[in-house]
Write a protein that binds this ligand. Structure first.
Ligand code: C2E
Ligand code: CA
Ligand code: CA
Length: 522
């Protein structure tokens, strides 16, 4: 009976597997290209955010005029920001009054009339194409008062678009355009060759009148990434076997939420600790709590396999408090002995905004007799914080009590820089995505530089996540980043190992290097 069921189920899954694997590959390809299109759009939005923030900064310092001293300050500003080629003061109709680098006016082939500039979600911000000899640029106009506006001219650097995987590079093009179709920049290896039978992926920005498109030759797609076929088939067959066995046993499983509850009751969720270090000296300045589920059978479950469920099933609050209490009791001696040491805790937006969050946090930290100044609340910006006003109010309240707030995953989130600014946090954590490519990809360097410049303007500190090599450390330091976190110093460690690392750090000044597998040793 069991054998027959397993056999029948395996055959059925095998057949479905073939169909599924083929469609899965197409789906995966489409998803990857869709994501790449999104990345280009984010980078472009990011560049506009940066221009707008730079103009606000200038206007705020009273430099929106043509005095000699103001122009000099603006020139310095431009000089420090490689993405910004020039800043101009313009009339309400858009015509130029003066320019930081007046000689660049000679490069203009055309200058848009105010009526032709395109509106953004932010009503005081307009975009237009600046036609120049030697390549088009993007004009970002910021209304300052009824009589004047400032315009930043952004160079559309080809490296912004240089994101295609190696196999597709010669067979694809990446385009950035305004939403009226005017092209701002494009990237392709051989501009003279038209792509035969291209298939396209397009994204429109909701914040700015920008559109990105990726075209890929259809023929190349059918050979790209097809190595997924056999793994997918193997998975289907394995699922068939498992399903057959489950069916044969026909035992009711209890469901994953019940598993979570049981694990919570048994205290199976444990804080692991990953050091945050000074990039220059390697000294450990603090750590982040990262949750691990240590199951009865000795396996260690990573957070991505249970945090989303904990969040959707309303268990995340209990889990977060449990992890914090545990971490505070583990680290209390160290935190009390070293008042500069910071402990970071991940909090999902829903939890941050829930009633009583600040109160419970205060009570928990107070009863551990730890200073609020040593606690950093990390909030992810991966999903748009839909209630920015309320979030900012909670952040302000936290800061009043002395807590610090960090925005997590900056650069891959939906929020955009103006929102980062609006939240009022102390620290931004640059996502691993940028750190991964910083030593290979010029556009990443430009973005990290922009983030650091902006963080400085906003008096925020910067931590880079996922630092794995000394080369990345050098590149990050060159961009002005001061702190990092990553396998280079240590993976997230169980408390006992983390303590040994701290002891070694205090003894030698520079910590021992542990590999990524350290996290798997419970
Ligand atoms: P995160 O907050 O961005 O944490 C950083 C993640 O990057 C961690 O993954 C960490 O192990 C990993 N990482 C750090 N350095 C390196 C490196 O050099 N190389 C590589 N490849 N990875 C590195 P982890 O522990 O799997 O956590 C994943 C995510 O789960 C976290 O991302 C966070 O968003 C969430 N999470 C973890 N613990 C908690 C928690 O207690 N509460 C909440 N709400 N979320 C948590
Ligand atoms: Ca985090
Ligand atoms: Ca992160």
């Amino acid at each position: 009976m069991l054998a027959a069921l397993v056999l029948a189920s395996t055959a059925a899954f095998g057949l479905a597997g073939h169909l599924a694997a083929t469609s899965f590959i197409h789906h995966q390809q489409a998803r990857q290209l869709d994501e790449l299109t999104e990345v280009v759009l984010r980078r472009s939005e990011f560049a506009v955010d940066f221009a707008a923030a730079s103009l606000d900064d200038l206007a705020g310092k009273g430099f929106a005029n043509c005095d000699g001293a103001a122009l000099q300050a603006v020139r310095l500003h431009v000089y420090q920001r490689s993405a910004v080629k020039d800043v101009r003061l313009v009339n309400p109709d858009g015509s130029v009054i003066c320019s930081a680098y007046s000689e660049t006016l000679e490069f203009d082939k055309g200058w848009a009339d105010r009526r032709d500039m395109l509106a953004s979600r932010d009503k005081k911000l307009f975009l237009f194409r600046v036609e120049q000899f030697g390549g088009d640029a993007l004009g970002v106009l910021r209304d300052i008062d009824p009589k004047t506006a400032l315009v930043a001219i952004l160079g559309i650097n080809a490296s912004l678009f240089d994101i295609m995987p190696a196999e597709l590079r010669a067979h694809s093009e990446v385009l950035l355009a305004l939403n009226n179709g005017e092209k701002l920049g494009e990237f392709m290896l051989d501009p003279d060759r038209a792509l035969p039978l291209p298939t396209g992926f397009e994204k429109n920005s909701v914040r700015y009148p920008l559109r990105t498109t990726i075209h890929v030759e259809r023929a190349v797609l059918s050979t790209w990434n097809t190595e997924a076929y056999w793994p997918a088939m193997a998975l289907a067959l394995a699922l068939g076997v498992i399903f057959g066995i489950l069916l044969a046993r026909s035992r009711r499983t209890e469901g994953p939420v019940a598993d979570l509850d049981r694990a919570l009751a048994r205290g199976e969720f444990k804080p692991y600790f990953q050091p945050i270090f000074d990039l220059e000296t390697g000294a450990i300045k603090g750590c982040e709590i990262l949750a691990r589920w240590l199951r009865e059978d000795g396996s260690v479950v990573p957070p991505m396999n249970f945090i989303p469920l904990a969040e959707s099933s309303g268990r995340i609050q209990a889990m977060t408090w449990h992890l914090l209490e545990r971490a505070l009791s583990d680290l209390r001696p160290h935190l009390r002995a070293n008042k500069d040491f910071k402990l970071s805790l991940n909090v999902v937006p829903k939890h941050l905004l829930s009633a009583g969050f600040v109160e419970t946090l205060r009570r928990t930290v107070l009863s551990a007799r730890i200073s609020a100044r040593q606690i950093v609340v990390e909030v992810t910006e991966r999903d748009e914080l839909d209630d920015l006003v309320r979030a900012a109010a909670v952040v302000a309240e936290l800061r009043e009590y002395g807590f610090r707030v960090a925005i997590d995953d900056v650069g891959v989130g939906h929020s955009g820089l103006s929102r980062l600014k609006g939240l009022g946090a102390n620290t931004i954590k640059i996502d691993k995505f940028f750190v991964d490519t910083i030593t290979i990809d010029a556009s990443t360097t430009a973005i990290v530089e922009m983030l650091v410049t902006l963080a400085k303007d906003l008096h925020m500190s910067v931590v880079a996540e996922g630092v794995e090599t000394e080369e990345q450390v050098r590149a990050l330091m060159a961009c002005g980043v001061q702190e990092g976190q990553g396998y280079l110093v240590a993976a997230p460690l169980p408390f006992a190992e983390f303590l040994r690392l701290l002891a070694g750090d205090e003894a030698h000044g520079r910590p021992d290097v542990s590999g990524p597998d350290a996290a798997l040793v419970a």
